[in-house]
Design a protein around this ligand. Structure first.
Ligand code: FAD
Length: 401
């Protein structure tokens, strides 16, 4: 058993909170420094696969997460115009048996609250925007925009895709615009329950775009995200509202079930999607990165939050099981363990972007045939070929490469 550590965690998103909980459960100390006025999440949905649920089991919150989660009967991939089902997987039968935990959708704010409620409040500090992080001989430091600073045994940059921690330790490299814009909204289920496809998790693949919808909040709301290839919008903000018309116009000609769904949202948000090439390094001396700060990815494999949560679990296990007090060495081990998986998800998500948005009818027909065959006869039972992702359990994954 290693000594108890003190971590300064920059960022109170899902990754920062999960890392804090993982350390807290093992008796380590932490402080979270969040730039916002409070710990809060925007109103979007999250689709969390069994690997994330196994991480919550390790964190001791699986039951609470299941309680706020919604379980669809089916996950279906539809053709964009006629709605034909191209592939499907039961979200109930066989999921726990095959992957060891449930597959759930939920409201981001509900998940954030579950994690936050399990942490000592006095260790979470709002209005603390990090401007610099680094290492001294025997400690890590974080400096804030208000002129204050903090010291700890290690500093963890969980501050998202525009990470100030990463910029200050590794230099500033802007993220890559992926050429894709998305719109999101939330619709009361009652307003669309007459549409059979809205009862299940649906993904619709079409020319230059795809749409995903699923239910959250005990099934009372339908969350949708509509993605489209475009370079006409570059702002990356989950809170930027926009008008309905541009969404409806962009998806003109798509199945009427989607158009009806889009029409029922009270608000519409627009967001340009960015990612990064896999980084060569996440850890330097006593500072490391996790979540989107380390491996921002397109949401097409549904793994960004799941990877952030896994990162925290592995970091905490290493902190706990490391026999030496050599923190830089421990952070190098963490990087060596997590980087291959994070990078693979980044690149696999990019690959999915091409597959979901094929522009020509011929390419789509060929893809749809392969998808249907794979779904029926393939060894990987998931429509997204993601068993390698779902099988992972951060509580028991080997800690030595
Ligand atoms: C459309 C869309 C759909 C998605 N769907 C899924 C899904 O279904 N499943 C899934 O697993 N993932 C999904 N993701 C990915 C997921 O949302 C992210 O990967 C995840 O939120 C990353 O968490 P994080 O804590 O690393 O970063 P963030 O959530 O970005 O949190 C970073 C936190 O750090 C704070 N911060 C930033 N800078 C500073 C600073 N300088 N000082 C202090 N605090 C700072 C921020 O305010 C924020 O609270 C989706 C993403 C998108 C865009």
């Amino acid at each position: 058993m290693g000594r108890k550590l003190k971590a300064a965690i920059v960022g109170g998103g899902i990754g920062g909170l999960a890392a804090a909980l993982a350390l807290h459960r093992r008796g380590h100390e932490f402080d979270i420094y969040e730039q916002g006025d409070e710990i809060t999440e925007i109103g979007g949905g999250l689709n969390l696969s069994p690997n994330a649920l196994k991480a919550f089991r390790m964190l001791g919150v699986e039951e609470d997460v299941v309680a706020i989660g919604y379980q669809d009967e089916w996950q279906r991939i539809h053709s964009w115009r006629n709605g034909m089902v191209l592939a499907q997987q039961s979200r109930k039968a066989g999921i726990v048996q095959n992957y060891g935990a449930e597959f759930l959708t939920m409201h981001r704010a509900d998940l954030q609250k579950v994690l936050y409620d399990h942490l000592p409040r006095e260790r979470v500090h709002a209005r603390k925007a990090c401007v610099e992080a680094g290492s001294n001989a025997s400690s890590a430091y974080v400096k804030f925009a208000d002129g204050t600073s903090a010291e700890a045994d290690l500093a963890i940059g969980a501050d998202g895709i525009h990470s100030a921690v990463r910029d200050s330790v590794f230099g500033k490299i802007p993220p890559r615009f992926t050429g894709c814009v998305c719109w999101r909204g939330m619709v009361p289920f009652d307003a669309v329950k007459h549409i059979p496809q809205m009862h299940e998790l649906g993904a619709w693949w079409g020319p230059h775009g795809h749409v995903v919808h699923y239910r959250v909040r005990r099934g009372e709301l339908v969350n949708f995200v509509a993605h489209y290839d475009s370079d006409a919008w570059l702002e990356e903000s989950w809170t930027r509202e926009c008008g309905k018309d541009e969404l409806i116009n962009t998806f003109a000609g798509w199945n009427d079930a989607l158009i009806q769904l889009f029409n029922q949202s009270e608000r519409y948000y627009k967001w340009a999607l960015y990612d990064r090439d896999p980084l060569a390094q996440w850890s330097k001396d006593r500072v490391t990165l996790l979540g989107d700060a380390a491996h921002p990815m397109l949401p097409y494999l549904g793994q960004g939050a799941a990877m952030a949560i896994e990162d925290g679990c592995i970091l905490a296990r290493l902190a706990d099981e490391s026999v030496s007090a050599d923190i830089p060495q421990m952070l190098r081990e963490y990087e060596a363990l997590r980087m291959p998986r994070g990078s693979r998800c980044q690149l696999a998500s990019r690959e999915r972007a091409k597959e979901y948005h094929l522009p020509t009818a011929a390419a789509r027909i060929w893809r749809d045939v392969r998808l249907a065959l794979r779904n029926r006869f393939g060894t990987d039972r998931t429509p997204l070929r993601a068993e390698w992702v779902y099988n992972y359990d951060p509580a028991v994954a080997p800690l030595h490469t």
